[in-house]
Unconditional design. Structure first.
Length: 455
């Protein structure tokens, strides 16, 4: 099927310009720069002519950190429900984390997820393989072509996924040729902080304000520094997820392009938007691990995204039922849904002057593709897959429960009105979402292919 996206404002590779894009099947066939520069015959020869005057055309977002909860936690979310929310938000490809039930720490568990996504996902998919203290043999069986990398939890996690054995860490960092993605929080520091505050404050008074004191900036820095030391000494390819503190930024460099870095970093949307000043208003709805930190930390992270110390922006989409978010900071579940509104939230920051539109596209589409070596994705280029998003900059989005697609049914943005909206999302050339509704049929999605797991 041929589609012509006519006269959009194409935001791509650092430039915003009028252009028309011809899609043939699943690929971008031709790009016509300028207004009305396509051959007139095309308007009558294509199967669908999509007028894009007043709309922005972007490459689909690539989210390198989501928790779609399947298998084992389907009461919170499934691959199908959360990928629907993802395409409604302009995300066309995702990389899911391994802390499900069972954990994705065996080849059989990974293959189950791949098959399930092939049957139910609305976006292109891939799944991290989880490292543990005792699954070294399984790591040798990984399908490197279709696995984004090895995920290590250097802080507490669901199931047997805390990797705290020093000999195991030395072996993994020294032997694997996979990209190592880490959740960095020192378990020893967290445990000591927890005992300290429990000795000072009654258990039921440990509200959300204590979360960032227990899961402190020092816990994040110490763990991240250890991971950087290991990767530097042993020559590993390290990617640190959801950096949340100003101090951690001293561990990274912006002196080389992302593709040439041995050590890269990710920031998440919630750490770029919220700070501890929002705790009174939103409470446990913004309880994440790592915790939301100070306003100074948030501003430092924003600067790091602008300068390139932070390479990419993701969501850490991690839905829980709202009933599971109740209680004190030791009881309420950590994590929340973000995938449906992440892109327009970042474009809102661009409208406020925090970023530029071009930088948002770079950090959420271009550089995730570069960092993970994704084949044919992340850019609007001839020959690339037609993973495309149309943004309506004049149509506001009021976040209300009835419009939420994540199974958990709530959002930390409820009641907020974003100035932009996602008008349509195309996955591999097929329409997945348009004008506020999912397509009648699931698009023909694909497993992501990686050709540069070790940069």
């Amino acid at each position: 099927m041929k589609r012509l996206f006519r006269n959009a404002l194409l935001i791509n590779e650092g430039v915003s310009q009028r252009a028309s894009v011809l899609v043939d099947g699943e690929r971008i066939a031709q790009i016509f720069e300028g207004e009305n520069t396509f051959p007139e015959r095309l308007a009558s020869e294509v199967d669908e002519l999509i007028p894009c005057e007043g709309l922005w055309l972007l490459p689909g977002c690539i989210d390198d950190q989501v928790h779609f909860r399947e298998p084992g936690l389907e009461h919170k979310a499934t691959i199908e429900t959360e990928s629907r929310a993802a395409v409604a938000g302009g995300t066309t490809s995702f990389m899911d984390m391994p802390n499900t039930k069972p954990t994705t720490t065996t080849l059989e568990a990974w293959q189950w997820k791949m098959q399930r996504a092939a049957e139910t996902s609305w976006a292109n998919y891939s799944f991290f393989f989880g490292g543990t203290n005792d699954n070294a043999d399984e790591l040798r069986r990984i399908d490197r072509r279709h696995t984004p990398g090895l995920k290590l939890f250097l802080g507490s996690s669901t199931g047997n996924m805390l990797v705290d054995n020093r000999a195991t860490l030395e072996r993994i960092f020294g032997e694997t040729d996979l990209l190592i993605a880490t959740h960095c929080e020192s378990e020893a520091i967290i445990r000591a902080n927890r005992e300290h505050y429990l000795s000072l404050v009654p258990h039921d008074k440990l509200d959300i304000h204590y979360h960032a004191l227990i899961r402190s900036a020092e816990a994040c820095y110490r763990s991240s520094a250890e991971a950087v030391e290991l990767a530097t000494r042993l020559g590993s390819r390290l990617h640190i997820l959801h950096v949340s503190t100003e101090r951690e930024l001293s561990l990274f460099s912006d002196d080389r392009p992302t593709a040439q870095k041995q050590i890269t970093a990710e920031a998440c949307v919630h750490h770029l938007i919220f700070s501890e000043e929002d705790f009174d208003r939103l409470g446990n709805r913004i309880k994440w691990n790592p915790a939301i930190k100070t306003l100074a930390d948030r501003e430092a992270l924003r600067r790091a995204v602008r300068t390139g110390l932070i390479d990419i922006v993701a969501t850490d989409h991690a839905p829980h039922l709202i009933s599971e978010k109740q209680g004190n900071c030791l009881e309420a579940a950590s994590g929340g849904p973000l995938t449906q509104h992440a892109l327009i939230a970042m474009l809102d920051l661009a409208a406020q002057g925090v970023f530029t539109r071009e930088l948002v596209v770079e950090r959420m589409a271009h550089l995730p593709a570069v960092l993970f070596g994704l084949e044919g994705r992340g850019f609007v280029r001839e020959g690339y897959f037609a993973d495309l998003v149309l943004i309506d900059p004049e149509q506001p989005t009021l976040v209300q429960p009835e419009g939420l697609l994540s199974r958990c049914g709530w959002s930390p943005f409820e009641g907020y009105c974003f100035p932009h909206s996602v008008f349509a999302t195309y996955v591999n050339g097929s329409c997945a979402y348009r004008s506020g509704a999912l397509a009648e049929h699931r698009p023909a999605v694909q497993a992501l292919s990686f050709n540069r797991l070790f940069v």
